[in-house]
Design a protein around this ligand. Structure first.
Ligand SMILES: [Fe+2]
Ligand SMILES: [Fe+2]
Length: 471
């Protein structure tokens, strides 16, 4: 892990580094999803919504306050970047409340640069009261730019108004390309051609002036995990084309959010140029992370932090245990319902209890999953599991593997007992997986399911939290 403060001191004191330009320092926080504390957030309607959400909702005010007070305490870092999803679901009052919190940060000497994203406007925002979802006033998208004019837009050196994008000079030698990627607010979640043309021009202008320029967008530029290739909104529309264009234009670094996952992903264009996408998890979703970044004349240094406490009744859990519980609940509810409550299980998937034929197999599968250990699974399919993990329940292992994809630095790399067990399990499943692979029709993700799964559970690089990369 790189200690930024030690690094800077060493360089400032080094007489051979007389050319040393003042490094740029900033925090990056994203996907705040603030739900204003004046809104009602209790009762069965709230529980229904909250139980299927990996992020916190009612708790967001307390978590954001805890995170922002850490940012305010850091006197050496003035700049804060926020790449969108500022509020829960477009409530006007949540924007008012969040802007108050940003004003407070500004009073503490911070300079904030933000863009908005698709959760920041909505036609149907609600609060929750008992059994009811009660409509509240929404924020129209066209009002967002002026509402947040003091946080990047007004001081911009260039603005692409049609897309609500801008370029800001953060300090001498450093520019930020802040790209809104709402697209058509429907299926197209990308950058318009004229927006891209403007962006490429701005990159060139920065380079001509001798400045370093990097970007932020809400949607990830690159798919951060093999499964992200399968999800439409896990990356920008036309991501390969845009990634090649950015890399070849000399834009080597982009900060993103949206998937609520911690990750670092790189892409090299056919011409041999590389762009790095550093995606930061949501401040209000497990593990509730934020980053501190330093860029000097050679490298980019990234260090991550998580919310360690916040003012909330967490039921005797630490903050991190609470966030994990919130995340896991999405999945444990489904598994519990399979075993014990088929009607609830079908409701979770949005449909009435119409297919009664599924009730028995689903219930049996649910009951088995409640008790099956890795050792039991191994015995069932004739493979050996290391003793250190043999008593772990299959459902707990699966849940942890899914959670790890979002938490980042996935630990199960080659040589670990879990990697070994999953690899043996996949071999046993070859009669089935080979059929899927054959039917994948050249889909590069599904054509090798062993690689798909094994590369999802372990990340050899371990750079999702802390890293040093050349700038
Ligand atoms: Fe989000
Ligand atoms: Fe989002």
């Amino acid at each position: 892990m790189n200690d930024i403060t030690d690094y800077d001191m060493a360089d400032f004191l080094n007489p051979d580094r007389s050319d040393f330009m003042k490094p740029l320092r900033f925090f990056l926080v994203t996907d705040l999803h603030y739900f204003d504390t004046s809104f009602k957030a209790s009762g069965s309607a709230y529980e229904r919504r909250s139980r299927t959400d990996q992020k916190c909702i009612a708790e967001t005010g307390a978590i954001i306050d805890a995170g922002f007070s850490r940012l305010a305490d850091d006197k050496e870092t003035e700049i804060i970047l926020i790449p969108g999803d500022l509020v829960y679901r477009g409530e006007y009052q949540s924007h008012v409340g969040l802007r108050e919190k940003l004003y407070k940060l500004r009073e503490n000497g911070k300079r904030i640069f933000l863009i908005t994203a698709r959760h920041d406007y909505s036609e149907n925002p609600v609060e929750f009261d008992g059994e009811n979802e009660i409509p509240v006033k929404g924020m129209p998208r066209e009002e967002l730019r002026d509402f947040y004019r003091e946080f990047g837009f007004d001081g911009a050196i260039s603005e692409h108004k049609e897309s609500m994008s801008y370029v800001a000079r953060l300090q001498p030698g450093f520019r930020l390309l802040a790209l809104n990627c709402d697209g058509d607010c429907k299926d197209f979640k990308g950058l318009w051609d004229d927006q891209m043309e403007w962006a490429l021009e701005e990159i060139k202008k920065a380079h001509d002036a001798g400045d370093y320029i990097f970007a932020m967008t809400h949607y990830p530029l690159l798919p951060f995990s093999p499964f992200a290739n399968l999800l439409g909104d896990a990356k920008l529309t036309d991501w390969e084309k845009r990634a090649d264009e950015f890399a070849d234009a000399g834009l080597s670094l982009i900060f993103t959010g949206h998937m609520h996952a911690q990750s670092l992903t790189q892409h090299t264009s056919p011409q041999g140029n590389t762009v790095t996408d550093i995606q930061t998890g949501s401040l209000v979703g497990c593990p509730c992370a934020y980053r501190k970044v330093t860029i000097d004349d050679k490298n980019v240094y990234v260090k991550s932090f998580t919310i360690e406490d916040f003012d909330w009744d967490k039921g005797c859990r630490t903050a991190q245990e609470y966030f994990r519980w919130r995340f896991d609940r999405m999945i444990t509810d489904i598994l519990d319902a399979m075993a014990n409550d088929f009607a609830f299980f079908t409701r979770l998937f949005g449909g009435p209890e119409k297919n009664k034929k599924l009730k028995i197999p689903v219930t049996i599968a649910g009951k088995i999953l409640q008790k099956l250990t890795l050792n039991g699974l191994g015995r069932l399919l004739c493979f050996k599991v290391d003793r250190s993990i043999e008593n772990i329940l299959v459902k707990d292992a699966a849940l942890e593997i899914v959670r790890n994809v979002f938490v980042g630095d996935e630990p199960y790399v080659k040589g670990t007992p879990m990697y070994d067990a999953v690899s043996k399990l996949l071999k046993r499943l070859h009669p089935v997986t080979h059929i899927i692979e054959k039917k994948s029709d050249g889909n590069s993700v599904l054509s090798d399911l062993d690689d798909f799964v094994l590369s999802s559970i372990g990340d050899e690089a371990q750079m999702d939290y802390n890293c040093t990369i050349p700038r």
